[in-house]
Design a protein around this ligand. Structure first.
Ligand SMILES: Nc1ncnc2c1ncn2[C@@H]1O[C@H](COP(=O)(O)OP(=O)(O)OP(=O)(O)O)[C@@H](O)[C@H]1O
Ligand SMILES: [Mg+2]
Length: 435
């Protein structure tokens, strides 16, 4: 086998907490939970679930299946998996002195005789790829952000005798399928449930824990900090709705806080929805996220008009700011192609990309956190987005999921386009200045 020994930073371990040790060793003979088929580690953010889960999964797979098997590594998106799991995993392998072959383009890692295939749970292609696999184990990071179909498929693939499934997640709604199907039915489904709080991560100082606590408000505080499966209700952006003026900025503010670079988010309208573009700028070091310009058009327009309006918008943005990318609703490939040709024809330099369209809750949590941290601002001219943030509510009829009410009155289009403009970077900038 070809082995690549790259110079990677080795993970610097600090002592594992008792909870982490349980997660590390549950599958071993002699452990009271040895016979369980699955472990779910849930709880607060930054509580040490992922690190302990990676170590446990590596040890379980390598010690149990010495002749080699296939294994599944899954994250909410491929990008998140690479950043949150594969990166620390490589550092852990380096610290342990294990050799590996990481195929970055084909998305798999070979260790010993075993192959670990990587999947982003948010794409149809991943689900299709999973279908052909027979695996002896799976690791799902942030599993509550996966579609249930992916989790079901993943479990179905683990048909090798002795296979075990490792999942971790932050809590969501108490009606979430992970809570109902696996945690509440842990005995029946032979699941070992381990609950984590930040105190189970001995590498965090009190100061850092206190800073994390200030990162979220409302239902996200209860879920991500207290680690509770609690329901969302009412206003989605309560803090914004309570005092919108705290977030509104004008041209004076922009002069004092120069925008280094920015991105455009595009949501295309349909029969009842609007075309919406947002330009979001970032101040130095991604400290602040600022919605600076918006376009919003509810009436039906033909594709040529849409292209012209987009070009005007980009010109308006680029006359003042650096902007190299636009993330567009990927459900509308024809409109995206039209825009792509139109910008080339107009001689405008901007990369037209597909929006990631990861879990909506994840995007909502990002804005909740940026608002709580005082790092989100909106220019006073962006009146549609301001109203959208103020008015957005959860749909009471769909309590099993956190769904935004979309009754034709709510401006979901402004929220979507805003989120597309930051989604590609949200996980990287949320914790800036916290740790
Ligand atoms: N035993 C350890 N030694 C050194 N660092 C650790 C250890 N356990 C956790 N950490 C560090 O603490 C931080 C949080 O840990 P981890 O990512 O495992 O938490 P998590 O519970 O998965 O968080 P989230 O819910 O936000 O994904 C990381 O930077 C991780 O490297
Ligand atoms: Mg994690």
């Amino acid at each position: 086998m070809r082995r690549i020994l790259k110079k990677n930073k080795a993970f610097t371990f600090q002592p594992f907490s008792q909870k982490q040790l349980k997660l590390l060793n549950w599958w071993r003979e002699g452990s009271p939970n040895h016979d369980k088929d699955m472990i779910i580690a849930d709880g607060s953010i930054r509580s040490g679930k992922t690190i302990a889960c990676i170590c446990s999964f590596l040890l379980f797979t390598q010690e149990t299946f010495k002749d080699g098997e296939n294994f599944i590594l899954a994250g909410k998106t491929m990008g998140a998996l690479k950043k949150n799991v594969v990166k620390p995993m490589i550092q852990i392998l380096t610290a342990w002195g294990w050799t590996y072959n990481y195929n970055r383009s084909e998305n798999y890692i070979e260790i010993g005789n075993s192959t670990y295939y990587m999947y982003g749970a948010n794409t149809e292609a991943s689900q299709d790829a999973l279908q052909g696999l027979t695996a002896a184990g799976a690791y799902a990071d942030e599993a509550a952000l996966f579609p249930q179909s992916f989790i079901d498929q993943m479990i179905g693939r683990c048909s090798v005798e002795g296979a075990k499934i490792f999942m971790n997640c932050n809590p969501e709604s108490p009606h979430h399928y992970i809570k109902i199907e696996f945690i509440d039915k842990a005995m029946e489904k032979n699941v070992y449930h381990l609950h984590f709080t930040m105190n189970d991560n001995l590498s965090l100082s009190q100061k850092v824990k206190d800073r994390f606590k200030r990162m979220f408000t409302g239902v996200f505080f209860k879920r991500f900090i207290l680690g509770l499966w609690v329901a969302s209700d009412g206003l989605i952006y309560q803090q914004f709705a309570d005092s919108p003026d705290e977030y509104i900025i004008d041209d004076e503010w922009l002069k004092e806080h120069p925008i280094v670079v920015g991105t455009i988010g595009v949501d295309f309208g349909g029969n009842t929805s609007a075309h919406s573009f947002k330009f979001t700028g970032f101040t130095h070091g991604f400290k602040e996220v600022v919605t600076i310009m918006e376009y919003y058009r509810h009436e039906r327009i033909n594709p040529d008009q849409l292209n012209n309006d987009f070009i005007d918008f980009v010109k308006r943005v680029q006359s003042k700011y650096k902007c190299y990318e636009a993330y567009c609703d990927s459900a509308e490939q024809t409109l995206i192609s039209g825009i792509e040709s139109a910008v080339i024809k107009a001689g405008i330099t901007i990369d037209i990309k597909n929006a990631i369209k990861g879990p909506i809750n994840d995007r909502i949590a990002f804005y909740n956190s940026m608002m709580a941290q005082g790092r989100y601002k909106i220019h006073k001219s962006c009146t549609h987005l301001k109203s959208a943030f103020e008015e957005a509510v959860y749909d009471e009829k769909q309590v099993t999921k956190d769904v935004r009410l979309d009754d034709g009155m709510m401006d979901i289009d402004s929220l979507d386009s805003q989120e597309y403009s930051t989604e590609y970077i949200q996980d990287d900038i949320m914790y800036i200045n916290v740790v």
